[in-house]
Design a protein around this ligand. Sequence first.
Ligand SMILES: CC(C)(COP(=O)(O)OP(=O)(O)OC[C@H]1O[C@@H](n2cnc3c(N)ncnc32)[C@H](O)[C@@H]1OP(=O)(O)O)[C@@H](O)C(=O)NCCC(=O)NCCS
Length: 172
Amino acid sequence: MSLDEFNCGDDDLNEFFKIDAAQNEKELLGKTYSLTREGYEITDQNPPIALICYCNGSIHVNLAEDFQRQEGVTYYEYLPAVKIARLGVHQDFKGYHIGDLVLTMTKSIFLSQNRTGCRILIVDAYKKDKVVKFYEENGFQRIHESNKEKKASTWTMYYDLKRFQEQKGVFF
Ligand SMILES: CC(C)(COP(=O)(O)OP(=O)(O)OC[C@H]1O[C@@H](n2cnc3c(N)ncnc32)[C@H](O)[C@@H]1OP(=O)(O)O)[C@@H](O)C(=O)NCCC(=O)NCCS
């Protein structure tokens, strides 16, 4: 099983990872990472268990209502964010908390290597109960619903990295 056989159960996502991700990376539009049994190199013997694509993003402060404000700090209109552009766990590995692990690693990576200033994680989560619950259980919150959001097939959800920093007692 190599990348060609990666199947997270969603055709659009599968196609993205197999065809578009590499091109996206060349165009500096996104960066895809893989979780495998050993290291990061994908081979027939070391296929991807999960794939995640990140890109830069931002979110209006009014949409991320519950982010933690510190007195005396000026917050700009848009908070800098990293967007989880795509996430898929191979079908054979679903339900083993691999997705949870990938989100925990994401929080940790962007706190410890926060080279550009990144306060929030955002994701456009499929409006499916299981998917929304998955992100909610990982601390993500839905942005406040507008008419546009109601019609869309995804919910924009966000996670304030300050919360992770406080939970873990990490200071950088
Ligand atoms: C959504 C997804 C990334 C979750 O990863 P995962 O490794 O299966 O999730 P976990 O094992 O960490 O499960 C955490 C919770 O998510 C729920 N869940 C969400 N989608 C699920 C699925 N398709 N199958 C099984 N559990 C799922 C489980 O109920 C579980 O809750 P529980 O601990 O109360 O049982 C993965 O199922 C997937 O790739 N789905 C298809 C692609 C997709 O929808 N990606 C998200 C795009 S926004």
